[in-house]
Design a protein around this ligand. Sequence first.
Ligand code: PEP
Ligand code: MN
Length: 337
Amino acid sequence: MIVVMRRGASQENVQAVVERVKELGFRPHLSVGEERTIIGVIGDERTLNENVFRLMEGVEKVVRILKPYKLASRDFHPHDTIVPINDISIGDKRVVIIAGPCAVESREQILETAQAVKEAGAHILRAGAFKPRTSPYSFQGLGQKGLELLAEAKAKTGLAVVTEVMAPELVPVVAACADILQVGTRNMQNFSLLHAVGESGKPVLLKRGMMSTMEELLMSAEYILSHNNNQVILCERGIRTFETYTRNTLDISAVPVLKQLTHLPVLVDPSHATGNWEWVTPLSLAAIAAGADGLLIEVHPHPDKALSDGDQSLRPERFAELVNKARAVALAVGREL
Ligand code: PEP
Ligand code: MN
């Protein structure tokens, strides 16, 4: 952290800042220029609130040097983190495809979809049992019954399962069935949930808040990592902008930026980003070209009958086409699928 003094700040002002730096357990480094003095604050500044200096007499501004997150940062951990899920490695050379319906709706629906996505080349099955819905009158998911059906789909297909957990007290219940716990966009800053999934020791798929910056996403990842759980997978799923043709705006730039800032794997969910199945394939290809480690795709055998997100769900045969196209792009950018 650097404290920049105002032009004409007195010796006493400078000395007071130097003393405060020492009091707080940091080392001051004074640099007296022709026009103004700057004071370097040496030590791990992440625990330091810049207001302790900003509000002092004679201080013009305080500049942070370190990123506010540490465990999630590539500076701290230069090599890519690879999250192993059975025989799948998320964050490795192979682009990982996670697919399935928005929600578990019935035994037939989840078993049929699981089999279809597996045949089309998906590596992991997704489906919500506990659904975060905007309206309390909308289908809320099958809850515990949904988890049981997911467990059956997992046993029948051998696919690992990712499903959302919405509350800290549900973590043990969901963790008993899921291979990966999903924290949805609406809960990205539910800090008690982040602590709970961190403590569970399970892999966590953390979706970017629809109104959150990349830095906020990384700070949320930091909560999970701070429990010594390094199995965190990030997911860009679209953010809110002024554009209304799409449900959200897929922030494709998040892929290379996050890959640079963090060692954690980065997935893209073009289904919730666009809200329309017709744009899911082109954005999937763009995501892989941009360096995404995998995709999260909603697939439903009968989108017209889906209880949630039918508009954005691909029919299995269209999903199979997507996988073939994605494979070609993956190979073109030095990945595998
Ligand atoms: C989901 O993936 O099921 C979901 C609800 O997505 P999001 O949290 O990104 O809206
Ligand atoms: Mn959905």
